[in-house]
Design a binder for this molecule. Structure first.
Ligand SMILES: Cc1ncc(COP(=O)(O)OP(=O)(O)O)c(N)n1
Ligand SMILES: Cc1ncsc1CCOP(=O)(O)O
Ligand SMILES: [Mg+2]
Length: 211
């Protein structure tokens, strides 16, 4: 069976909000979240460096697993817990530098072929998406749905997995029933009428993740 060649994460990363500001990082860590991602799109490293530094400091203060999306050089420079990369990033990233710096790595996948590619990299976790239609990111492929997600989770055995895409409070229980280790959400929290309540409810379902 495959094993990560990057530093390990727990199999169960629990509730995993993906947010675009330091303000959201602080709010959600204060609300008890312990796995979280800073996802700021299409800026230069210089433009996001202060936010990356602040997010990493918060992650450390709350003993949380803070992943940086995309800006892997800054994540290494400031010693984040981990980095999240898409498939297309794999060709242009110094993966050995991430590994040598001791950062965890998460990789996006959308189908079996992309899972093959991800497994060859042996990241800390594999993200499976998008499960349901999403308004948050333009996706070139169709949603994989629960059956395909369950098949992917089964294929990956005890490899840490994260489900993402269109996961609402109502859909989270069925997603978790597939055995996936974590649910990553954007709008279920950031667009909720009451984000505190939504976060507490999602934490009750998905947990904070294992140590
Ligand atoms: C947990 C998690 N899964 C998937 C993604 C998507 O990452 P990526 O494919 O790099 O796309 P962008 O988020 O950069 O638009 C993610 N960010 N987090
Ligand atoms: C970043 C990303 N990658 C795949 S789907 C997605 C967006 C998920 O957002 P939401 O939880 O609002 O559907
Ligand atoms: Mg990315």
């Amino acid at each position: 069976m495959y094993r990560p060649d990057f530093p390990a994460t727990p199999f169960r990363l629990g509730l995993y909000p993906v947010v675009d500001s330091v303000e959201w990082i602080e709010r959600l860590l204060d609300a008890g979240v312990r796995t979280i991602q800073l996802r700021i799109k299409d800026k230069t490293d210089d433009a996001v460096e202060a936010d990356v530094i602040a997010a990493i400091a918060l992650g450390k203060r709350y003993a949380a697993r803070l992943f940086i999306n995309d800006y892997w050089r800054l994540a290494i420079k400031h010693q984040a817990y981990g980095v999240h990369l898409g498939q297309e990033d794999l060709q242009t990233t110094d993966l050995a530098a991430i590994r040598q710096a001791g950062l965890r790595l998460g990789v996006s996948t959308h189908d079996d072929m992309e899972i093959d590619v991800a497994l060859a990299v042996r990241p800390s976790y594999i993200a499976l998406g998008h499960v349901f239609p999403t308004q948050t990111k333009q996706m070139p492929s169709a949603p994989q749905g629960l059956q395909q997600l369950a098949a992917h989770v089964k294929r990956l055995g005890d490899y840490p997995t994260v489900a993402i895409g269109g996961i609402s409070l109502a859909r989270a229980p069925a997603v978790l029933e597939t055995g996936v280790g974590s649910v990553a959400v954007v709008s279920a929290i950031t667009q909720a009428e009451d984000w505190r309540k939504a976060t507490a409810q999602l934490l009750a379902l998905a947990g904070v993740g294992d140590e």
